[in-house]
Design a protein around this ligand. Structure first.
Ligand SMILES: Cc1cc2nc3c(=O)[nH]c(=O)nc-3n(C[C@H](O)[C@H](O)[C@H](O)COP(=O)(O)OP(=O)(O)OC[C@H]3O[C@@H](n4cnc5c(N)ncnc54)[C@H](O)[C@@H]3O)c2cc1C
Length: 361
C-alpha cells in the first residue's frame, strides 16, 4: 500500500525510514528539532546486515570506510588478551558522513529542520493528519513518552567518552581494565577514533573537566592510550551517560511505530544500536508496502523487528556487565583469552575471534 508518513527525528533511523518509504512511493515528511544534522558521535561499526540496508538505500558509493574486521583486546599493560574480530563485510564509517549520505538520498525538502515534536497535543495532530507516525527521536523519545507512558530507561552505570584524535592508528584495539575500557581505531579520512567506557562512580560529575578525569583514570595504562590522551583537548570530548530501554511489549501503538533507539536503546557494547536503527527503517517500509492496511503493515513490522532487537539490547547489557566486572577480573580475562584461543583453533588462518559480537563502537 501507499500512504503518508510523518517521521519525528532525522537521525539514522528516521532518515533510513524516510529513504525507504520515499522510494516506495510514500509521501514523507521528517521533523527534526535541530537546525541541521547532529554532529555527535564519531566512528560507527556497521555490521553486514546494516551495510546491506545501506546498499539497498543506494548510499554506500560515496562513503569513506575503515576496516574494523580485526583488532586486539589488550590488558592495561598492553599485553594481548584475545583477538578482536567483526564479521567479514563489516565497515567503519563516520557517523556524520553516514547521516549526510542518507540525507542526500532524500528528495529536497523532505526534512523540516528546527521543528520539535514534544507535546501530546502536537503528536495527536500528527496522528490525525498522516497515515503513519514514525517515532525516530532517539533514546529520550518524546513520542514514546507520550504514547507509552510506562516505558522505562535503565541506567547502565557507565559513562562513555569519545572523540577523534589527530594522530594515526595502525590497527584497532580495545583495552579492558577494572571498570574501565579504552578503544582506539583508524578514523575514515585520517586520525584516530577513540572511546572510553568508565564506570559511572569513577567518571566524576558532569561539570568536571573530562580530559583531567581520563588522564587520571588511565595514567598507568599502556602507551597507545597515553598517546591518544596526550593528543586531544577537552572541548573535543563527547561525554554521555549510557542508558538502555526496558523491553517494550510492542513497537506499535495506534498508527505510530517506534524505530531505532526510541524502540530499543541499548548500551554501545556490541556496536549494534545504529545498525539496528538502519534495518528498522527498511523493515518498516517493507512491511507497509507489502500490507493491505496500516494496521497489518505495522503489526508485520513489530513481528519482524521486536524480538531480534530486544535480544541485541540484552546482549549489550550482558557485555556491559562483563567489561565492567570488577570482582573477578582475572576470571573474566582468562575466559576471554581462552575463548580467543578456542576460536583460533577452530578457524583457519591467523585470526582468532573474541566473545561474540564485540566491536569498536
Ligand atoms: C558511545 C557510543 C558508541 C556507539 N557505537 C555504535 C557503533 O559502533 N555501531 C552502531 O551501530 N551503533 C553505535 N552506537 C549506537 C548508535 O549511536 C545509536 O543506536 C543510533 O544513533 C540511534 O539512531 P536513532 O536515529 O534511533 O537515534 P538518534 O541518533 O538519537 O537520532 C534521533 C534524532 O531525533 C531528533 N529528535 C529528538 N527528539 C526530537 C523531538 N522531540 N522532535 C524532533 N526531533 C527530535 C534528534 O535531534 C536526532 O536527530 C553507539 C552509541 C554510543 C553512545
Amino acid at each position: 500500500m501507499k500512504g503518508s508518513a510523518v517521521i519525528v527525528g532525522a537521525g539514522i533511523a528516521g532518515l533510513a525510514a524516510a529513504g525507504s518509504l520515499t522510494a516506495g512511493g510514500w509521501d514523507v515528511e521528517v521533523r527534526e528539532r535541530h537546525a541541521g544534522l547532529s554532529t555527535a558521535g564519531t566512528l560507527l561499526g556497521i555490521w553486514p546486515k546494516a551495510w546491506a540496508a545501506l546498499q539497498r538505500l543506494g548510499v554506500t558509493g560515496g562513503l569513506d570506510t575503515v576496516d574494523v574486521t580485526s583488532g586486539e583486546i589488550l590488558r592495561p599493560d598492553g599485553r594481548v588478551m584475545a583477538a578482536l574480530t567483526l564479521p567479514e563485510g563489516s565497515h567503519g564509517v563516520a557517523r556524520m558522513s553516514l547521516l549526510e549520505a542518507l540525507l542526500a538520498a532524500l528528495p529536497d525538502g523532505t526534512v523540516r529542520w528546527g521543528i520539535p515534536v514534544n507535546s501530546p497535543a502536537e503528536l495527536a495532530d500528527l496522528r490525525a493528519g498522516a497515515d503513519v507516525v514514525v517515532a525516530a527521536d532517539g533514546v529520550h523519545s518524546a513520542v514514546r513518552a507520550a504514547s507509552l507512558p510506562g516505558s522505562r530507561l535503565r541506567d547502565a552505570g557507565v559513562v562513555a567518552f569519545r572523540g577523534v584524535a589527530p594522530i594515526e592508528s595502525a590497527g584497532a584495539s580495545e583495552t579492558w581494565g577494572q571498570g574501565l575500557i579504552f578503544g582506539r581505531a583508524s578514523f575514515p579520512g585520517g586520525g584516530s577514533n577513540w572511546y572510553a567506557g568508565v564506570q559511572a562512580r569513577l567518571a566524576g560529575d558532569r561539570g568536571d573537566e573530562p580530559l583531567a578525569i581520563l588522564r587520571r583514570l588511565y595514567r598507568d595504562w599502556h602507551p597507545a592510550v597515553h598517546e591518544v590522551l596526550g593528543a586531544i583537548t577537552p572541548e573535543q570530548i563527547d561525554r554521555r551517560r549510557i542508558e538502555d530501554l526496558a523491553p517494550l511489549a510492542s513497537y506499535v501503538t495506534g498508527n505510530t511505530a517506534l524505530v531505532g533507539d526510541a524502540a530499543h536503546a541499548m548500551a554501545p557494547h556490541l556496536g549494534r544500536g545504529g545498525c539496528e536503527a538502519l534495518v528498522d527503517g527498511l523493515a518498516l517500509a517493507d512491511a507497509l508496502l507489502a500490507a493491505s492496511s496500516v494496521t497489518e503493515g505495522l503489526a508485520q513490522y513489530d513481528a519482524a523487528r521486536r524480538r531480534t532487537t530486544q535480544r541485541a539490547v540484552a546482549g549489550s547489557r550482558l557485555m556491559n556487565r562483563l567489561t565492567n566486572q570488577q570482582q573477578h577480573p582475572w576470571l573474566r580475562d582468562s575466559l576471554v583469552a581462552a575463548a580467543g584461543r578456542l576460536a583460533a583453533r577452530r578457524r583457519p588462518g591467523p585470526a582468532a575471534t573474541t566473545p561474540p559480537g564485540r566491536t569498536t563502537p
